[in-house]
Design a protein around this ligand. Structure first.
Ligand code: IFM
Length: 406
């Protein structure tokens, strides 16, 4: 029998743009129409109207926590103009979670920006952190009496990689120089937001908040075990999993480590150059594993190794995303089961993990990949917006209820 602590957080995650619908002031909305994206976000899952129903389902599934994001472009549609209606909307959303006994975990930036901010150069602008802080100040002041867990940035390195290196997300700039500037500004934005949030709680005599980022992570494994591949795998783990976190920890700006984990990357360094060491992956289908519908390897033991490695920082860890897109729901349950077993093993070995949030509560808009990848515990019919609970969700709900993985 595999047991979890009584005070463990169980639940699922979503992000505003991917589920709400009609975020017409967002840079993604503008970009999708400009480039003619095949499948546009449109109404998404209509979660903006249906959130109470979705939270009823989460409650019925025995979740006791839920991660969501607030959409900056709704709250500040024009620079300096804050919408009291939208702030009230998000307050209602948080109250709806609390009424159902779900601990809110609130993300402030999950890939999307207001159009006005994007036009000013987004996080490439020297003043970006200042613009972000004005928004953070409004949101945190409006919600601080109801929210304890804040996530300033979702997967900053994924954001930079897709938007400024691969150039497949807005603003589609392919510039290492820009990518570096954006990374520096994101670190500054986080650090200043961290101080601001703590300052607001202190001023209002509220119990200290828990502030972090959601860090994307991967297991880097040598394809053929030789010195170069082993070195490249180690280097990538150090650079892509740990370095960003280390910077924030050195700046005393993390209260816990937020972890997003999905998959493995099979390292095959074809040279000792930067490209070989940092980017080359196996292209020969060596050591094949089962894959999700986007072709990502399923590799649960990577989560165990990662948690062990993060344990060195002596901060509590909160798994903020772990999930699979698949049309085979038994495969989804297997995925959850195996990852939870790995989390539990790390905990028994002394790593402090506070909770596990599955990505995602409901099927949603998977960015440039559209609606085809199905990550949800709950199926969404995009014609009727009807929700249907999947079998995997029911099995997961038993674990949430009992804290036992059978
Ligand atoms: O859908 C995304 C989410 O927005 C960020 N983390 C990974 C998920 C699956 O790709």
């Amino acid at each position: 029998m595999i047991e979890f602590p009584k005070d463990f957080f169980w639940g699922a995650a979503t992000s505003a743009y991917q589920v709400e619908g009609n975020n017409t002031n967002s840079d993604w909305w503008e970009w999708e129409s400009r480039v003619g994206l095949k499948q546009r976000c449109g109404q998404a899952c209509r979660h903006y109207e249906l959130y109470e129903h979705d939270f009823d389902l989460a409650r019925a599934l025995n979740h006791n926590a839920h991660r969501l994001s607030v959409e900056w472009s709704r709250i500040e549609p024009q620079q300096g103009q804050f919408s009291t209606d939208e702030l009230q909307h998000y307050r209602n959303v948080i109250l709806a979670l609390k009424e159902r006994g779900l601990e809110p975990v609130v993300t402030l930036h999950h890939f999307t920006n207001p159009v006005w901010f994007a036009k000013l150069g987004g996080f490439g602008n020297k003043k970006a952190a200042g613009y972000f802080l004005a928004f953070v100040e409004k949101v945190v002041s409006a919600l601080c009496d109801k929210v304890r867990f804040w996530v300033t940035l979702n997967e900053p390195m994924v954001y930079i990689y897709h938007a400024y290196i691969l150039g497949v997300w807005p603003p589609q700039e392919k510039s290492l120089f820009k990518a570096k500037a954006v990374a520096d500004n994101l670190i500054l934005a986080h650090t200043r937001a961290y101080q601001l949030i703590h300052g607001i709680y202190k001023k209002r005599n509220l119990p200290s908040p828990m502030v972090s980022i959601a860090k994307n992570t991967q297991a880097f494994k040598p394809c053929i075990v030789n010195v170069r591949n082993k070195f490249a795998a180690y280097l990538r783990h150090w650079l892509f999993n740990l370095e960003f976190l280390k910077k924030l920890i050195r700046g005393n700006s993390l209260d816990f480590i937020g972890v997003n984990y999905y998959s493995r990357s099979l390292v095959e360094a074809r040279s000792w150059g930067i490209r070989g060491l940092l980017l080359d992956v196996c292209e020969n289908n060596h050591s094949p594993l089962k894959k999700n519908s986007l072709g990502w390897d399923v590799y649960p033991q990577g989560l165990h190794e990662l948690l062990r490695s993060l344990g060195r920082f002596k901060l509590p860890i909160f798994i903020l995303e772990n999930g699979i897109c698949t049309d085979d729901d038994m495969f989804r349950w297997n995925f959850i089961y195996q990852h939870l077993a790995c989390v539990n093993l790390a905990m028994r070995e002394g790593v402090k993990v506070m909770g596990y949030l599955y990505w995602s509560l409901i099927d949603n808009f998977e960015w440039d990949k559209g609606f085809a990848p199905r990550f949800g515990l709950i199926d969404v019919d995009y014609n009727t917006y009807k929700r249907t609970i999947r079998e995997s969700a029911l099995k997961f709900s038993e674990v949430c209820k009992t804290g036992v993985l059978n």
